[in-house]
Structures are given as C-alpha cells and as structure tokens.
Design a protein around this ligand. Structure first.
Ligand code: IMP
Length: 188
C-alpha cells in the first residue's frame, strides 16, 4: 500500500511533523481490537463511529475485531473549521440502530475538552444500552475539562493540534497515513 507519509506538511500556513507512525498506530489498534473481541465475545456489540474524524480508525479497528458485531455512524459538530472548540455540540447525523439493551462501543478519533464525548455518552445512555464503552484513538488529557468516560485511549497526547489518519484541519489532512502534530514556533 502506497500511503501518503511526508515527514512534514504545511496546512493552511501551519507546519506539522510526524508524531505517531503508521506502525505505532496499527500496533495499538490491534491490541484494542483483540481486547474488545475477548470482552464482547457472544455479545454482538454495535460499534458507533463518530464522523468524520473516526472513519479511518474505525475501519482499521474493525479489521482486528474477530467476533460478530454491527457498525453504525453518527455525526457531531463542535469545531467547524477552527482549531479551538466552539463550546457547543450539534447533532448532524443520528444513528439508525435501536441500541436499547445492546452493547454499544463508541469509537472516536480524539477527546480534547471532553465536551463532545460527555454530550454523546449522556445522550446514548438515555436509550438504555446494556453497556456503553468508549474507545478513542487520541486523548489530550491536559485539555480535558469535562468529566468524561474513556475506557480505551490508544494514545495520550499533549495539548497541541494534530491531524492525519482521519483527523483534519479545516477539512484538510484526513488522508495522511499517520498522525502529525503542530510544530510550535520555537521548535523550527
Ligand atoms: P472536544 O469536544 O473538545 O473533546 O473535541 C472533540 C472533537 O474536536 C473531536 O472529535 C475532533 O473532531 C475535534 N478535535 C479536537 N482536537 C483536535 C485536533 O487536535 N485535531 C483535529 N480535530 C480535533
């Protein structure tokens, strides 16, 4: 596979460098996929990907899930095209599945302030799932202000903007094959 893996990239005038390689990401995802497969064996869980950012993570995670399961998607918006959260979450697409009494696994790209995840967990709990598990690829632990449930975080990262592997900056960068982090001005 010929992935798009530059050493550095400029997006909208901001410089980014490689932070997590494809190998590091795949290794963690394999571990999480195998763990979830053991935990939810015979439970037919439903994975809910949070669009848009989680689509590549979810696709790769599913390749390591070796039990019967379902997949659905929802879409939230809080950032628009900015690098900081607007502080408000909107539903842009709801799930189609009925999750009452189902084992639900939320798959998110990144938990930053925690606002979106808190909103989502509170909302899905109202539908009375049998269990609710939160999986995120990235967690900006220092930036998380809201008390939020996170069961599996593949990587804890510093409070800097990242892109690639599904995550965007103003809709650019999702097709990068690994995770890039913003270069601080004094780092050049
Ligand atoms: P939160 O509600 O502040 O936790 O933000 C969650 C959402 O903001 C994520 O699902 C992403 O879509 C977006 N986001 C937060 N930090 C970043 C980042 O560093 N790069 C790209 N998107 C981000």
């Amino acid at each position: 596979m010929n992935l798009y893996l530059p050493e550095k990239i400029n997006v909208q005038g901001e410089e980014f460098r490689v932070y997590l390689t494809q190998e590091e990401i795949q290794q963690k995802i394999q571990h999480i996929g195998q763990t979830l497969s053991r935990k939810f064996m015979d439970k037919r869980p439903i994975f809910i990907g949070v669009l848009n950012g989680s689509y590549i993570f979810l696709a790769d995670l599913m390749r390591f899930v070796s039990i019967p399961c379902e997949v659905d998607f929802l879409k939230l918006s809080s950032y628009g095209d900015e690098k900081v959260s607007s502080g408000q979450v909107h539903d842009l697409k709801q799930i189609d599945a009925d999750i009452k009494d189902r084992h639900v696994i939320i798959v998110e790209d990144i938990v930053d302030t925690g606002l979106s995840m808190k909103y989502l967990v509170d909302k899905l709990k109202q539908h009375e799932p049998a269990s609710l598990t939160v999986v995120t690829l990235l967690h900006k632990a220092e930036a998380t202000k809201h008390e939020v449930q996170i069961d599996y975080a593949a990587f804890k990262i510093p409070n800097l903007f990242v892109l690639g592997y599904g995550l965007d900056f103003a809709q650019e960068g999702r097709n990068l094959g690994q995770i890039y982090i913003q270069i601080k001005k004094d780092e050049d």
